[in-house]
Write a protein that binds this ligand. Structure first.
Ligand code: SF4
Length: 245
């Protein structure tokens, strides 16, 4: 069996002081490569596989350990891109974190089939699951892939009691729609594993990257939602007993 020294991952970037990707202050590792093409992606530079910085899991763990006192009430989050697209690396890093008593979260779109992602889910302390849409067709038109793997991931977390912070990006004219949001909340309300629902307002901060990559960006005219619209969206989840923030 290969030891952890041999497991190489392609890393987009790291943030040693992340405050928005899971509980507490976290060391966030953004992995390179994503199979989806979300219309509102703010990291299109993380799409291509086998690009970015090549790091071994052990080498990255040494860097993480340098921040152990800062992240003692938080932990490590693997984000992307899509972390579960680099399963061997993710498993190695999650195992190392576990050995060092560091809490782990994986920020995933659920795009990877469960038979591939299962071991990674088992090794992580929690998931941040970015559910793009509850309707399969809408998911397909938003991201290029339907939501069957994401829903199977959710069902597996329910079955195994894996904690989830569920995320959903609210895009005016697309996903910020009371009917669609109510449908999602109705679907989620019976899941005990969903500890909170994070509704994330669409923003334009990554649009320049699309231009830089010479990729057509279709949401250039979409304005971010207002604070009031976001509150109304959260209320749809709260009235169904979900902890929406
Ligand atoms: S899953 Fe994330 S990284 Fe991948 S295209 Fe969608 S928003 Fe971008």
């Amino acid at each position: 069996m290969a030891n952890n020294n041999d497991v190489i991952g392609y890393i987009h970037s790291v943030d040693s002081f992340g405050a928005v990707d899971g509980p507490g202050i976290r060391f966030v590792v953004f992995l390179q490569g994503c199979p989806l093409r979300c219309l509102y992606c703010h990291n299109p530079d993380s799409w291509k596989f086998k690009e970015g910085q090549k790091r071994s899991a052990n080498d990255l763990m040494q860097e993480i350990l340098g921040y152990k006192s800062y992240i003692r009430r938080g932990g490590v989050t693997l984000s992307g891109g899509e972390p579960f697209a680099q399963m061997e690396f993710v498993k190695a890093l999650l195992s190392l974190c576990r050995e060092h008593g560091i809490h782990t979260a994986v920020d995933t779109s659920g795009a990877i089939p469960l038979e591939v992602s299962k071991e990674g889910i088992d090794l992580a302390d929690m998931l941040l699951l970015d559910l793009k849409a509850i309707d399969p067709q809408e998911c397909l038109s938003l991201t290029g892939q339907d939501n069957r793997h994401a829903l199977q991931t959710l069902a597996y977390c329910e079955q195994t009691g894996k904690k989830i912070w569920l995320r959903h990006v609210c895009v005016p004219g697309y996903t910020l729609d009371s009917g669609k949001l109510a449908q999602m909340a109705d679907y989620l309300k019976s899941f005990q594993c969903v500890d909170r629902v994070e509704l994330i307002p669409f923003h334009q901060m990554g649009s320049y990257k699309w231009e830089y990559l010479d990729t057509p960006y279709r949401l250039g005219a979409v304005e971010p939602p207002s604070a009031e619209e976001m509150e109304q969206a959260k209320e749809l989840f709260r009235t169904r007993g979900l902890n929406a923030v």
